[in-house]
Design a protein around this ligand. Sequence first.
Ligand code: KMH
Ligand code: ZN
Length: 302
Amino acid sequence: MSKVIISCALTGAVHTPTMSPHLPVTPDEIAQQAIEAAEAGASVLHLHARDPETGRPTPDPDVFMQFLPRIKQATDAVVNITTGGGQGMSLDERLAAPLRASPELCSLNMGSMNFGMYPMLERYKSFRHDWEAAHLEASRDWIFKNTFKDIELILERLGKGHGTKFEFECYDTAHLYTLAHFLDRKLVTPPLFVQSIFGLLGGTGADTENLLHARRIADKLFGDDYRWSVMAAGKHQIPFVTMGAINGANVRVGLEDSLYAGKGRLARSNAEQVRLIRSILEPLSLEVATPAETREILALKG
Ligand code: KMH
Ligand code: ZN
């Protein structure tokens, strides 16, 4: 059996500083936690940036550049920069940091969708920063825009232009068919790194049937031409990535996807979640891929 790639999504653009004191937001915190996550066994580090003062998601490439070189210098892990960015960011803004950094890997979201963060409002009485409640509330009327034209532009500018490969974010079976469309048109090159996402409001639900269905449809559409990975939101994270791994998937953890490391217990760091999933995978005889093995499995530019 092929080794399991552990991706770690460090901070994202969904959770806010009030929700956890352990969410890394400053460049120092992001660099430190990324390095620890790599030491714990994550061979892919998926990165967003935050305004250092307020913790608000930012697309500013200068902020990315405050932590990317430090991570690259201290680890051999594959850097994966978001092209999804965050709520309210234009496509040009979303692409600014990836185009500047020219990473081996970037996320690429395979369809436009609702992305519901507002239910989290009910869990908190007050917030440390003004932007936090507004950010969650605004998701009621936000469309996460990833049109065919947007996807093509990202493939053209980053894929063709920089040799970057992609973590194809598939929030539903429909997104697998969209990816197959781009494969038919030869705009993407195998092996495809397909990330199946479960449990986000607006995407497919965290039901085992959906996980198995995603696997069946991906097998049918891509055969040997894809490497599968699973991530799930909140309390579904560890159960779903474990089920995914047992069914042949790679795994993604990290505070972008869940703030927890057990029922009601906030993860103290991203590395804690990496260690947690490792402690589940290894007794199942699922070996963890090194960065070099990950580069080979995904055929990255290195
Ligand atoms: N936030 C996740 C559900 C991106 O950054 O482009 C997926 C993600 C998307 O990481
Ligand atoms: Zn992300």
